[in-house]
Write a protein that binds this ligand. Structure first.
Ligand code: ASP
Ligand code: MG
Length: 420
């Protein structure tokens, strides 16, 4: 058994859906759970719709109608002008979405978000499922909310592995062949919708894979696989045929947008290989992430994290920053839910580089200032080079003004000005 995942870009319009259909058709005699995201930028658009409804904006109805029309257009392009029953289903789904927007308008933002945002994944999977039927691929459609159980931390729900694995096994035991389901969504104990964090569909694929103990997970993308850098910024990026789970988890930690960071752990735990492969070429398995290192030497991997700020935390009375202080400082970061991307200490100073965040940083600084002097340096980026060598350092950081440097045996990081 296999798990496939198709992201928003691979179902963004009718032609893309046709392409997904032909890939699934190719595997139609196998047992495959296919996890699909919302079409194109639907999730962003639903976020704007929630904003508009909560703030009673004049265009609230229009925005919802536009998104519905976009879906209906895809259906028309797939099935022609004839009245297809899927049109009705999608219209009903958007009606339900509107009902949620009205019914839950006084609930917490995160709760209403999850009840509304799932419309995107439900719509895309209903459309792909109908298209598969049209081309003669019989497939099951599964509501992922029945399978993936979580706590009720809306928008960042934590998976209940035990009940989820049990559900997945029970539901999918008798479902042979192709099963289409949604990424990103699950449900809490009261069966309200929850979501796993933005871009969480990769993680959903890993959850199904873990529960079913499948032999492989395939994330289909519009690129050859995982590259050594983002080719939009570094055109010289090279394709990596194989990386280890460890490489993958480190790359996502340093900010590479290859896969959702939570995806690796469940797969590593069950030793399930993950392929990030191109949907334009069925012959290629793309980049294989597994326990087996590549037999080729890994190129330097370049990761850029933009929108960073650097906090300099100094002891007020020239006393040493020892373990006790360090743990207190880190606790303040943890209390404000601010993740530290780079941390460096000296006798009386701590440097911490974190994502710019107008909501969180001022409160964090106020709290730190109770005990320490704090200064803030903005408009920065962090450049990480894994498997660095002298040539890669010279090329990517050589002439740049380095505000901070941290060098280990394998990885070097620089805090640089955003403008450089
Ligand atoms: N549709 C969701 C998002 O855009 C989940 C995903 O694409 O993975 O965040
Ligand atoms: Mg998406």
């Amino acid at each position: 058994m296999k798990v496939f995942k198709f992201g928003g870009a691979s179902v963004k319009d009718a032609d893309s859906v046709k392409n997904v259909g032909s890939i699934i058709q190719h595997f139609k005699s196998e047992d495959v759970v296919v996890v699909i995201s919302a079409m194109g930028k639907t999730t962003n658009k639903l976020e704007a719709i929630i904003e508009a409804w909560l703030n009673e904006k004049e265009n609230k109805e229009t925005l919802l109608q536009i998104l519905l029309n976009e879906h209906l257009k895809v259906i028309e392009n797939l099935f022609g002008e004839k009245e297809h029953p899927v049109k009705n289903k999608i219209a009903q789904l958007f009606d339900a979405c509107k009902t949620s927007l009205m019914e839950y308008r006084n609930s917490t933002y995160n709760f209403i978000y999850d009840q509304v945002i799932c419309t995107g994944e439900l719509a895309s999977t209903i459309i792909v499922h109908a298209y598969l039927n049209e081309i003669g691929v019989s497939a099951n459609w599964l509501d992922a909310k029945l399978a993936i159980k979580t706590n009720n931390t809306y928008r960042e729900a934590v998976v209940n592995w035990e009940s989820t694995s049990k559900n997945i096994q029970t539901i999918l035991k008798d479902k042979k062949g192709i099963t289409i389901t949604q990424g990103f969504i699950g449900s809490d104990n009261n069966n309200f919708t929850t979501t796993l964090g933005r871009e969480g569909s990769d993680y959903s694929a890993a959850i199904f894979a873990y529960g079913l103990h499948v032999d492989s997970v395939h994330i289909w993308k519009d690129v050859a696989g995982i590259l050594s850098a983002d080719p939009k910024i570094f055109p010289e990026a090279t394709f990596m045929p194989a990386i280890t789970y460890n490489d993958a988890i480190e790359m996502t930690y340093y900010g590479a947008k290859v896969i959702h960071p939570k995806t690796i752990k469940p797969l590593q735990n069950k030793n399930i290989p993950l392929m990030v492969r191109p949907f334009g070429n069925l012959e290629s398995t793309g980049t294989v992430i597994s326990n087996n290192p590549s037999d080729q030497e890994s190129p330097p991997v370049i990761i850029l994290k933009e929108n960073q700020v650097l906090l300099k935390i100094t002891s007020k009375d020239f006393s040493f920053i020892a373990e006790k202080n360090l743990s207190m400082i880190l606790e303040v970061f943890s209390k404000h839910l601010v993740k530290v991307n780079l941390f460096q200490t000296t006798a009386i100073k701590v440097y911490a580089c974190v994502n710019q965040n107008a909501q969180k940083i001022p409160g964090l600084i106020d709290d730190l200032k109770k005990q320490y002097e704090v200064s803030l340096n903005e408009n920065l980026k962090v450049l990480t080079i894994r498997n660095y060598n002298e040539a890669s350092i010279a090329k990517y950081a050589g002439t740049k003004h380095k505000i901070l440097e941290q060098k280990g045996t394998n990885t070097v990081q620089y805090v640089l000005l955003d403008t450089e």
